[in-house]
Design a protein around this ligand. Structure first.
Ligand code: PHE
Length: 466
C-alpha cells in the first residue's frame, strides 16, 4: 500500500495509513467557486475586498497544505482534537486538505519578509506570484486569503464537508503603530463616505450602522500576551473591530429587502436614519490568537456567529521573520452570510451546476434565490450492530455515505440507538434522505446505492446488518 499514490490538482502524493481523503472529497478540489464572478460566494468575496482596498488578495492557493502549516505554525498543541483523523481529511501523515484559511498566515507573513529582503524561501516567491493588489498592501503587510476549506462533518442542509473562508491579517510596525492605525482609520473613513454616497444616490442596498452591544472583554481566560503592552493591544483591537464592522455592514448592506427585516426584529429599531446592525464580541479561544473573540451579528431575529478573530500570537510573527511587527487576524465564513443574503436554503446549492441556479446571479448584485421545483426525495434506513471490539466513528460512516451516494445524500440522521440488555451490543439506525438538486431519482437507482452502502459498511466497519 505504501507505494500507492493519489493525484490532487495535478500533484502526486504518497498514500499511507493516515490517508482518509475520499475520491468524493478530492473531486471538489479545484472547483474554484470563489472565482466564478456570478457565483454568490464570489459576489460576497468581492464585496469584502471593497472594505480592504489596502490589502493584498490571495485566492488561488492550493488546498493541500502541510500539517505544519495547518497546525504547528499556528501553535496547535500535538493533541488538539482538530488534528484527529475523524475531523480532518489527511492526504498522508504530512499533508492534508486545509481545515481553515489560517493555514496560510505564516507563509504569507514570510513572503512579506522576502519582499523586505529578510528571507528567500522559494515557496514565498511562489505565493507572491499569486497575490493581487500587492502594491497597495504596503508589500504584503496586510492581506486577505479566500479559500475552500475541508472538514469532516455530518450531512444536512447547512453542513457540507467543503466550505469557504476569508482570512484577514493586518500587521503594523511596532514603532509606528499609532501612526499606521491612524492611516488605516483614514482609509476606513473614505470607505464609509463612498458607501454612503452610493447608497444615497440609489446605488442599491441598505445603509447599515453597526451598534456594538458589548465591549470586548479581556479577562484572565482571554489574556493579553506577555510580549504585548496593553496600549499596543488596545490600538490593534480598535483597528480590528472597526475594520470588521465596516466589512459586515457593507456585505449585509448589499441586500435591500432582506436587511429591511432586521430593523423590525432588531431591539434597536428606529423609524428613521440608517438601520442598526447590532454586533457583539464573545470571548473565544484559538491557539494562534490572544485575546480572541467570536464576532456575532443580530440578524433576522437571532445572533449569528460569523467570524473568529484576535491578536496574532507574537511567536507566529517571530517565526515568520517579523518580530518587529504586531497584528490582528480574523477568519470569516462565506457560506452562512451568502445563504442569508441570497435566501439560499441548502448549502449544497452552491455546488450546483444547474443553470437554473447559476443564471440567477450577477456580479456585484444581491438577488433573492428563486427555488426551482424540488425533486422528490427518497428515504431509506439502515440499521446495524456496532462491532464490539473496534471503534466506530460516525464521521467515517458519513464519509462512506458521501463516497457512495455523492451529493444525492441530502441528510443523514441517527434516528435510533439501542443497547441490547443481554448481549450489551449497540445498534444504530440511520435514516438517509436521498434527493437530487436537478433531477428525479428513481427508487431503483436508490436501492442500488443503498445496497452498495450496506455491503460497504459491513466490509469496512465490521458491523452486522439488522
Ligand atoms: N481559523 C479560525 C476558524 O476557522 C478562525 C480564526 C481566524 C480565528 C483568524 C482567529 C483568527 O475557526
Amino acid at each position: 500500500e505504501s507505494r500507492r499514490k493519489i493525484k490532487v490538482l495535478g500533484k502526486d502524493y504518497a498514500v499511507d495509513g493516515w490517508t482518509n481523503a475520499t475520491e468524493a472529497i478530492l473531486s471538489k478540489t479545484g472547483s474554484n467557486l470563489i472565482n466564478i464572478p456570478s457565483h454568490p460566494l464570489s459576489i460576497v468575496k468581492e464585496q469584502i475586498y471593497k472594505s480592504f482596498p489596502n490589502f493584498a488578495y490571495y485566492e488561488k492557493i492550493d488546498p493541500v497544505v502541510s500539517t505544519f502549516d495547518n497546525f504547528e505554525s499556528l501553535c496547535f498543541p500535538k493533541d488538539h482534537p482538530g488534528r484527529s483523523k475523524t475531523d480532518t481529511y489527511y492526504i498522508n501523515q504530512d499533508m492534508l486538505l486545509r481545515t481553515h484559511s489560517s493555514a496560510h498566515q505564516m507563509e504569507i507573513l514570510k513572503a512579506g519578509s522576502q519582499i523586505n529582503g529578510l528571507n528567500n524561501e522559494p515557496r514565498s516567491k511562489h505565493l507572491l506570484g499569486l497575490a493581487r493588489n500587492l502594491e497597495a498592501s504596503l508589500n504584503n503587510e496586510r492581506f486577505l486569503v479566500a479559500a475552500d476549506v475541508y472538514r469532516r462533518d455530518e450531512i444536512d442542509a447547512s453542513h457540507y464537508p467543503v466550505f469557504h473562508q476569508m482570512e484577514g491579517v493586518a500587521t503594523f510596525d511596532r514603532k509606528r503603530l499609532a501612526e499606521e492605525a491612524k492611516e488605516s482609520e483614514n482609509i476606513r473613513n473614505g470607505i464609509i463616505k463612498r458607501e454612503n454616497e452610493s447608497k444615497a444616490s440609489g446605488g442599491g442596498g441598505n445603509k447599515l450602522e453597526v451598534v456594538t452591544e458589548d465591549d470586548t472583554q479581556i479577562s484572565k481566560d482571554n489574556p493579553i500576551q506577555g510580549e504585548h503592552s496593553p496600549e499596543e493591544v488596545q490600538i490593534l483591537i480598535k483597528d480590528m473591530k472597526e475594520s470588521m464592522n465596516i466589512m459586515v455592514a457593507s456585505v449585509l448592506g448589499m441586500g435591500s429587502t432582506i436587511t429591511a427585516e432586521n430593523s423590525r426584529n432588531s431591539k434597536n429599531a428606529s423609524s428613521s436614519g440608517p438601520q442598526k446592525l447590532p454586533v457583539r464580541w464573545i470571548e473565544a479561544y484559538f491557539p494562534f490568537t490572544s485575546p480572541s473573540w467570536e464576532m456575532e451579528v443580530w440578524f433576522q431575529g437571532k445572533w449569528l456567529e460569523i467570524c473568529g478573530c484576535g491578536i496574532v500570537q507574537q511567536s507566529i510573527m517571530e517565526r515568520s521573520g517579523r518580530p518587529d511587527r504586531v497584528g490582528w487576524a480574523f477568519g470569516f465564513g462565506l457560506e452562512r452570510l451568502a445563504m442569508i443574503l441570497f435566501g439560499i436554503p441548502d448549502i449544497r446549492l452552491f455546488w450546483s451546476k444547474d443553470p437554473r441556479f447559476l443564471d440567477q446571479f450577477q456580479p456585484g448584485k444581491i438577488s433573492t434565490f428563486k427555488s426551482f421545483s424540488r425533486h422528490p426525495a427518497c428515504t431509506k434506513d439502515v440499521s446495524f450492530w456496532l462491532p464490539s471490539d473496534a471503534q466506530f466513528h460516525e464521521n467515517d460512516f458519513m464519509d462512506t455515505v458521501r463516497e457512495i451516494a455523492g451529493d444525492l445524500a441530502e441528510d443523514v440522521k441517527l434516528i435510533d440507538k439501542f443497547k441490547h440488555p443481554k448481549t450489551g451490543k449497540t445498534s444504530h439506525c440511520y435514516r438517509i434522505n436521498y434527493c437530487s438538486m436537478d433531477r428525479n431519482v428513481t427508487n431503483e437507482e436508490i436501492n442500488k446505492i443503498q445496497n452498495e452502502l450496506r455491503q460497504v459498511v459491513t466490509d469496512k466497519f465490521g458491523v452486522e446488518l439488522r
